[in-house]
Ligand binder design. Structure first.
Ligand code: SF4
Length: 330
């Protein structure tokens, strides 16, 4: 089949957010400065390429803490954990490095505060996502998880005047607005964060897709099938009337998706490394195909590494390696 592609439009921003960069750096630095082996509970971020690369560098990924030997070092993933897991680690004498994204921690703190003030808490999110499981664990007896506006109808709380809402950080901005409106209509006294908890990276990547959707015939979203924010990017494009496909990498592209296509959009979820974008663009490119970046906003967010990592390095007489140098590796 002869390619009809004339232009590839790259969404900006795309790919790694500050929370993912920090989580990857945590594992890489831990492998470098801690007593091996370094265990990681759950996928550090939801991307197979990242997990495989870190595994090759020496990280051991486990699903639950009972797979980690007593006294070993374990990293908690960017999605956060419930207090029960933290307590289990403490009881087992594990050395913990917490790579939970600070923006997820913020949602946990909000849940703790509302629970202390005896609110019923509506957590808008996906029941089976690691982040929601972690947040739910802060106050399981008070938190109700809902995913859509339709779920609001079925919701029952003991005191409708004492209710708060929180959101998973990686939801669709538009869908969440509908759910919050439905909650406000049913519970006029509901309180919540000043906007919602959807993080800057999720919002910016969705805004970039909205901008791109009008200008392309098809959008390719690079990300894993368990990456919430990548799946949302596909949904945002389809809601705007533009075909979109989620791919792990360039090998997943079906030639029939590109039949008669002049302009292809490419973006990547917040846990997708840029190398997969570069490979995808190379696979789509032929002589004469233009590549253009469409930027909606610049990002300059960066989170510091957890203090416990510095402490562990000090104990071994080491200093933390440069994060900028490490960044080149994935
Ligand atoms: S997507 Fe947002 S909440 Fe999740 S790790 Fe990235 S910055 Fe943190």
């Amino acid at each position: 089949m002869t390619s009809t592609i004339a232009e590839i439009l790259l969404a900006g921003p795309r790919g790694f957010c500050a929370g993912v960069e920090r989580a990857i750096d945590v594992v890489e630095v831990a492998i470098e400065v801690c007593e091996p082996p370094v265990y990681v509970r759950k996928e550090i971020v939801h991307n197979q390429h990242v997990v495989e690369t870190l595994r090759q560098k020496g990280a051991i990924f486990v699903d639950e803490l009972d797979e980690v030997p007593d006294g070993a070092t374990v990293v908690f993933s960017a999605h956060g954990i419930s207090p029960a897991v933290r307590e289990d680690a403490r009881r087992r004498g594990l050395r913990v490095i917490d790579a939970t994204c600070p923006l997820v921690t913020k949602v946990h703190l909000e849940a703790i505060r509302y629970a202390r003030e005896r609110y019923s808490i509506v957590l808008i999110g996906h029941q089976d996502h690691d982040e929601v499981i972690g947040t739910l664990g802060e106050a399981p007896e008070r938190i109700h998880v809902i995913a859509s506006a339709a779920d609001v109808d079925k919701l029952e709380v003991p005191d409708p005047s004492k209710i708060a809402y929180l959101t998973q950080t990686t939801l669709s901005v538009d869908d969440t607005r509908d759910v919050i409106e439905a909650l406000r209509a049913k519970y006029p006294k509901i309180v919540g964060p000043s906007r919602d908890d959807i993080c800057y990276a999720t919002q910016n990547r969705q805004a970039a897709v909205k901008r791109l959707a009008d200008d392309v015939d098809v959008l390719l979203v690079i990300g894993s099938s368990n990456s919430s924010n990548a799946i949302r990017l596909v949904e945002v494009s389809r809601s705007a009337g533009t075909r979109a496909h989620l791919i792990n990498d360039a090998r997943d592209i079906h030639p029939e998706w590109l039949e008669g296509v002049r302009r292809v959009g490419v973006t990547a979820g917040a846990s997708t490394p840029e190398v997969l974008v570069t490979e995808t663009v190379a696979a789509l490119s032929r002589a004469g195909v233009a590549v253009r970046e469409v930027h909606v906003v610049e990002e300059d967010v960066r989170f510091a590494l957890p203090q416990e990592l510095e402490q562990m390095a000090r104990e071994r007489g080491r200093t933390l390696p440069s994060r900028t140098a490490m960044r080149q590796s994935i």
